[in-house]
Design a protein around this ligand. Structure first.
Ligand code: F0G
Length: 481
């Protein structure tokens, strides 16, 4: 996105698209939102979308499609086997990634399941910059473990390092030297989801893969958030600024043995897949696709979505498209940071992240401050965010609580969805909540599932703080807000 210069106004992010189809929004009065939050078991995943004003839960499967993506859906070739749609998709992926072998899957976590089954044996370790919830759940389900080697700054809220998702190369080398026989693979997540959408530099990926190769370790890239990461490499990594986004993508791809992605993010539709460099490795996973996903030419995806995604891949490296969310995030993060709200800085991809541990110091981590903040945000503005903290962790093997390194509320910016006035509304309501933070209390589980408890768990507030918070909000804004 070129920076559009203003005459008598500070420059602001400009949308390089216009609205063609819209969905009506509904702002329930605050009293009703308190009731809905209670019915949802104080878990924002359990809210109904019709009761939400700003859905900032995720960027997954909710990015706006372009006219070109929608029109491509019309030529989808419905066939159980040998669909032309699959060959078009495969060709586009080969053109972009130069990896010949492709296994389609219904979404990102399905790829993680296939990779875990293929590579992870009990007590094996997957080494990574940082884990993602579903990636880790598939590894631990099979008795594996994860070793996270993100640089120290990656876990600090405030930093001016441009690539907080980098892996610590010294620790990586030492770890592999000692444990190479027990390592299933190296997994690089670009960018990192759970620590504020922070990117990893090309140079760091290159060095990490070089070390892994020295020890004969398979290298795997989680490319679900690669579009954001490519944007940051182009604007933050000096040696890469003159490369095109397509060149950057290819340079990254060349480093890895395997690349998987969620097509709900990369490709802006709904699906996923695994790209494999080596034919034998491909064949070693091929039979798992018909068993868990669907035949090898659709892998559980709708052919319409596959057609849209094929166009979406090109849009995932279109600089105009991939600049929009990071620029909106930067705008939001900088305004809130200036106000004093503890934000994860610098702004990354995916969403604006609030450090709930810092903001709600009075709530012990065992009472899920980020989960509580997510509930408070819905009550105070109808804004749905996602807890990315202790609730999103699983308990240790001995049943004790695993306190997350970071306790974040994520306000996602799905691509091309929100306008700047909507971002301003969110900024305003976060400011109000920050000024009334002492009114937010903790949560405790009423129903706690063993795996991925943040999706389906039910909680309750530790006091009647939601009602008190709503009263203060009503006093400020009136009953109908
Ligand atoms: N890897 C990363 C980095 C992700 O962000 C996600 C999904 C996945 C893998 C799994 O992909 O959802 O298609 O199965 N992240 C979503 C989110 C759920 O909201 O952050 P999936």
């Amino acid at each position: 996105m070129p920076e559009i210069k203003f005459y008598k106004h500070e420059n602001i992010p400009m949308e390089m698209h216009k609205v063609k189809i819209v969905q009506k929004l509904n702002l329930l009065p605050v009293k009703d939102r308190v009731k809905k939050m209670d019915e949802a078991g104080y878990n924002t995943f359990q809210l109904h979308n019709g009761d939400i004003f700003m859905d900032m839960l995720t960027d997954s499967g909710v990015n706006a499609m372009s006219d070109n993506m929608q029109s491509a859906m019309l030529r989808a070739d419905d066939a159980y086997a040998g669909s032309e749609t699959f060959y078009r998709m495969n060709k586009k992926l080969t053109e972009l990634f130069e990896m010949k072998w492709f296994l389609p899957a219904h979404q990102g976590r399905a790829c993680e399941n296939i990779l875990a089954i293929r590579f992870v044996k009990p007590d094996n370790v997957v080494v990574m910059n940082y884990h993602f919830t579903t990636a880790k759940a598939h590894i631990t389900r099979l008795g594996g473990l994860v070793e996270e080697l993100v640089i120290e700054d990656g876990l600090k809220s405030k930093s001016d390092l441009p690539f907080k998702g980098n892996i610590d190369l010294i620790r990586l080398e030492n770890y592999l030297k000692e444990n190479k026989d027990n390592v299933a693979f190296l997994r690089i997540e670009a960018g990192t989801n759970l620590i504020g959408g922070q990117p990893i530099s090309y140079e760091n990926m290159k060095e990490a893969c070089k070390i892994a190769k020295q020890y004969n370790i398979t290298t795997v890239l989680d490319a679900s958030l690669l579009q954001d990461n490519i944007y940051f490499i182009k604007v933050r990594e000096n040696s890469m600024k003159d490369k095109t986004t397509k060149e950057i993508l290819r340079m990254i791809a060349d480093l890895f043995d395997i690349i998987y992605f969620s097509g709900r993010k990369f490709g802006f539709a709904r699906g996923g897949g695994i790209l494999v460099r080596d034919e034998e490795m491909f064949h070693s996973m091929e039979d798992l696709i018909p068993m868990f996903e669907g035949f090898l030419t659709y892998g559980g995806m709708s052919v319409k979505e596959m057609e849209a995604m094929t166009v979406g891949f090109d849009e995932s490296i279109d600089f105009d498209v991939i600049s929009q969310a990071p620029q909106f995030i930067k705008y939001t993060v900088e305004k809130l940071d200036k106000y004093g709200v503890p934000m994860i800085t610098p702004g990354g991809g995916l969403g604006a992240h609030i450090d709930a541990k810092e903001m709600l110091k009075h709530i012990p981590q065992e009472e899920y401050p980020a989960g509580a903040l997510a509930c408070a945000m819905y009550i105070c503005g109808g804004i749905r965010g996602m807890e990315r903290g202790t609730l999103s962790e699983e308990r240790n093997r001995d049943g004790s609580e695993r306190l997350a390194s970071m306790e974040l509320l994520r306000l996602a910016f799905p691509r091309r969805v929100f306008t700047l006035s909507q971002a301003e509304y969110v900024i305003d309501r976060v400011k109000w909540l920050y000024d009334h933070k002492e009114l937010v209390g903790g949560l405790r589980f009423v129903h706690e599932p063993e795996t991925l408890r943040f999706f389906t768990g039910r909680l309750e507030p530790t006091s009647n703080w939601p009602e008190k918070l709503a009263e203060a909000y009503m006093k400020e804004f009136g009953e109908d807000q």
